[in-house]
Design a protein around this ligand. Structure first.
Ligand code: G3P
Length: 195
């Protein structure tokens, strides 16, 4: 119980670091939540026009997920890695420091996949890149990657990992409810468009 709690709290704290907000603020761009979709993730940081900051946000948001899983596994035991993965994504989506209004969880979800099982990460990242490239819509890539992750975990990892990634996918889909509504209406912006 103590180990489970430790893994969850550590991962949630790491996940709650809002890199998109911190980087854009440090670059003197103001509050990213007042730009584009208002999201703190890499897709919205790209709407500031800075590819470098968007890439850094993507990388750091993913890395914090990987680190959360690896450190939790090391400190508390491998059985708690899937719980840490879920907690890191929850921390990103609901950071206490931002009034529990955080990001949509995509980069952090990919990061935790890398920490849990690299084949699951590779399959999911390939679906993400392919779907985003074909549709030219970031959220389509994200949702495709999340949908395939639990299935990839069943094939390449174990039941606990698959269950954690199913919960992660549910959170990410829920956080994309506005994107899904825009996709249905045909108004979701394409990558590179200002929104
Ligand atoms: O990762 C978030 C992406 O899927 C959509 O972001 O800013 O277009 O809502 P955004």
């Amino acid at each position: 119980m103590t180990n489970a709690l430790g893994a969850a709290i550590l991962a949630a704290l790491l996940g709650s670091i809002p890199f998109g907000l911190l980087l854009t603020r440090a670059a003197g761009m103001g509050d990213i939540r007042a730009i584009g979709s208002g999201n703190i993730g890499a897709t919205n940081v790209l709407r500031t026009g800075s590819r470098k900051l968007a890439a850094a946000t993507l990388l750091l948001d993913a890395l914090k997920g990987t680190v959360a899983v690896l450190v939790a596994r090391w400190l508390f035991g491998p059985e708690w890695a899937p719980l840490a993965a879920l907690a890191a994504v929850l921390g990103h989506c609901f950071p206490p420091w931002l009034g529990f209004r955080g990001g949509k969880g995509v980069a952090t979800a990919l990061g935790v996949m890398l920490g849990l099982s690299w084949p699951v990460f590779v399959v999911s990242a390939l679906f993400w890149l392919l779907a985003a490239k074909l549709s030219r819509i970031s959220s389509v890539g994200a949702l495709a990657a999340m949908a395939v992750a639990p299935l990839a975990a069943l094939a390449f990892a174990d039941g606990r990992t698959a269950l954690a990634l199913l919960a992660v996918a549910a959170i990410v889909f829920w956080r994309h409810h506005e994107n899904i509504a825009r996709l249905r209406a045909g108004t979701e912006p394409r990558i590179g468009a200002g929104k």
